[in-house]
Design a binder for this molecule. Structure first.
Ligand code: PLP
Length: 383
């Protein structure tokens, strides 16, 4: 049916109707008192989500723009940096740091597994000149949740800055920026924050500011010193995406009204139900329980079937969109996002569609078995 779509990809994610409504208000100027007051409110609310007293900036760019802001402001040419890579988004840190002429020490962890803290400790001990460590909170390409708290403990003992890509996690998974010693945390609007694409958020610690002020990399639009100057008047250096700011204000209200603990618990419940369903269907999950992402579940297609064939049927016959595998995982996995504006019935719908798609591509499947397993989780009856 035209217009009835079930979007289950890790961004853009569905936008709640109340947020869409908020954004449809008439335009207003960004140099107005009204904007300044809203901006101030937004930062206060974001500090709760980030669990930080650090400076926070809402930037008009996608998540990668916020990642570049981090790199442009704290990496000077020749700096030695460590990137912890277990998927496509970890690789992005290496690419960005290379573009800004860092000496990049990249440590790879098998895709589908988390960063190994022991290995990181060894590397930090062996390379005392590392200036920045880059990590990914929720590796969206695999569905792995990394131990940011553990990494923060190790890195805080060194002079290095700790920079975390939280793009798909922040707002769906609890993160304690200050308690976990994260110097810079970045995110984007179109994932767990339930907004259209177009905004990035970045938090900056005082340890990071020391480096930013003396950094020698070229930067113009992405200059955090300029952003901080404008922030003195709750302003932005350049024209912000005003409507998206209005939307962000509304989506943060929604999250705070639900209660952040409830938001995080909801995502874990959706993860548990999805994983139970996949297990019941006899399909293989890409990640183990101990580090499985609360916002996205990666699943191997059955032997001999391309994951893109399953996705094609889902889209064509049921208007359900799952994400595919990226890079070396292409046509091997599909990824079900339960991120942001997602709840129990979304999971049941996704699994129900998946069962029918599997049957259609010729995989033997007992209809209803996955749905039932998810229902049992929601009823609190799972073993
Ligand atoms: C989506 C995503 C990004 C990239 O964000 P864009 O908005 O596409 O630039 C970066 N990191 C992670 C972990 C993501 O999930």
């Amino acid at each position: 049916m035209q217009g009835k779509e079930y979007l289950m990809i890790p961004g853009p994610t569905p936008v709640p109707p109340s947020v869409m409504n908020a954004m449809s208000r008439p335009m207003f100027g960004h140099r107005s008192e009204e904007f300044a007051a809203m901006h101030k409110d937004i930062i206060g609310k974001l500090q709760k989500v980030f669990q930080t007293t650090n400076d926070l900036f809402v930037l008009t760019n996608s998540g990668t723009g916020s990642m570049e802001t981090a790199v442009a402001n704290i990496v000077s040419p020749g700096d030695k940096v460590l990137t912890l890579v277990g998927g496509k988004f970890g690789e992005r840190w290496s690419e960005l740091a290379t573009a800004y002429k860092a000496e990049v020490l990249q440590e790879d962890f098998a895709w589908g597994t988390p960063v190994d803290l022991k290995k990181v400790e060894e590397l930090l001990n062996a390379n005392t000149d590392i200036k920045v460590v880059f990590a990914t909170f929720n590796e969206t390409s695999t569905g792995v949740l990394n131990d940011i708290e553990g990494l923060g403990k190790l890195i805080a003992k060194t002079p290095a800055l700790f920079v975390v890509d939280g793009v798909s996690g922040v707002g769906g998974i609890e993160i304690k920026t200050d308690a976990w010693n994260v110097d810079i945390l970045v995110t984007g609007s179109q994932k767990a924050l339930m907004l259209p694409p177009g905004l990035g958020v970045i938090s900056v610690s005082s340890k990071a500011w020391d480096k930013i002020e003396n950094n020698t990399s070229p930067r113009y639009y992405f200059n955090l010193v300029k952003a901080r100057k404008s922030m003195e008047k709750w302003n932005t250096a350049y024209t912000p995406a005003v409507s998206l700011f209005v939307g962000l204000d509304a989506s943060l209200d929604m999250m705070l009204e639900e209660g952040l603990d409830n938001v995080y618990a909801r995502h874990k419940l959706l993860r548990d139900a999805t994983r139970a369903a996949i297990g019941a269907l006899g399909l293989e999950l890409m990640t183990q329980d101990s580090y499985a992402s609360p916002v996205i579940t990666s699943v191997y297609a059955p032997e001999g079937i391309g994951s893109d064939d399953i996705r094609k049927v889902l889209k064509q016959d049921f208007d359900i969109t799952f994400a595919g595998g990226q890079a070396k995982l292409k046509n091997k996995i599909f990824r079900i996002a339960h991120m942001g504006f997602a709840d129990k019935m979304d999971v049941l719908l996704a699994i129900s569609g998946l069962e029918m798609a599997l049957a259609k591509v010729g995989h033997k499947v007992e209809l209803g078995k996955g749905v039932k397993a998810a229902q049992e989780v929601f009823l609190g009856r799972q073993k």
